[in-house]
Design a protein around this ligand. Sequence first.
Ligand code: ADP
Length: 462
Amino acid sequence: MTGNSEAQIADRPFQTVLIANRGEIAVRIQRACSDLGLKTVMVCSDADRHSDYGSRSDHFLCIGPANAGKSYLNQDAILLAARLTGAGAVHPGYGFLSEKAAFADAVARAGLVFIGPPASAIATMGDKISAKRAMIAAGVPCVPGPDTALPDDPSVIERTALEIGYPVIVKAAGGGGGRGMRVVLEPSSINEAIALTREEARQAFGSAELYMEKFLEHPRHIEIQVVCDNHGNGIWLGHRDCSMQRRHQKVIEEAPAPGIAPDLIGPVGQACVEACRQIGYRGVGTFEFLYEDGAFYFIEMNTRLQVEHPVTEMTSGVDIVREQIRVAQGVPLQLNQSGVACSGHSIECRINAEDPATFMPSAGTITDVVIPDGDGIRVDTHIHCGYRVSPYYDSLIAKLIVHAPTRAAAIEKMRAALAGMQVEGIATNLPFLRKLLEDEGFAGGETDIHYLEKWIGQGRSQ
Ligand code: ADP
């Protein structure tokens, strides 16, 4: 925080933050730390060691080879880097180790501050059955279906599915990343679906525990951002719509979700804050819901910072990363719920290094970049001319975010910003996004989670 006296900064539990991540989010966290007067340590893999963005931090350390398992996921190497550089806290960003309860625990045991929730809260929300149980207890609306694991007995399974009503979805309790799920349309296929999903779950997640719920056929994806401190205070910062997805990956996000009445979402937001209180949550987090026919259904909580946090920052005026670090420092939230005032509309497009027609990742050296700027335009990125996009990691190279008084104006602004953005030397999805921003369905808003796949299937992105 600018304006802090040196004495105040020295009082804080840490002065140096190790950023255990890479790319745009490492840069974003670095900016928040320097706004707060904190030093930073960035770690990188061998594949990222020549990235310019490392020079923004006070230390830039290579901790392992390109293989993320041996670098960005290498807990011992990260803790050693923290010890060698005198870092007092670790920010995990998103992905990698951000939702590993064991890592949060290891950081705390090393005497460092984990910039995220307590390991116990990560563990509760990381298991989908215990998460659902916690949500029901706090009054958060959930998808119809039991909050217990499915037994082995086929007759009980068949009865459960009939009680819920077909179609149902069978999910692995330990699942994630859109894997470990199977939709079942009719009773004749339920037992086979259970057997297949159980085996997949055992192999992919190390636990064969499954549960079942109603399959919603045309939902939207709407999520609520929360921030909680160490002193029992929590707020929610409005809602986002992330229904534009391809293969369960978000492509465009916006805030607020179009067409949602404040008196409908208000009690859901309050219930999310209550759930945080009940599970002892601290830091930032997101409650993800499916929304269908005027009702919200909780599906999961992300116990970390999300890629799409900027659209909420643009509408709420709250710097979410800065707040996340401040609450980790033990500082009480400055804002209460009545002080949260969201205004205007914000849209984020994920710019990926990928072929706009086949979606195949594209690696190589960027030979030229033009980053759009102007009032209400923000670009979160780590790329620059000469940057080498490596084939080892996620293809996200930039996030283009706009803010305007209305949704229509935000769409106009995004069209202009996309037209002005150029990345040469590699393929990007910019042409795809430009087409999508011209689509009448998107302009109309309130599209469901299947819209984009259908749109692509109809050849409309070409
Ligand atoms: P993951 O942790 O793997 O991301 P989620 O529970 O968030 O799993 O579900 C991922 C996606 O699967 C959702 O965004 C949605 O598209 C779909 N999905 C999950 N549960 C349901 C459901 N009950 N009905 C319809 N679609 C669902």
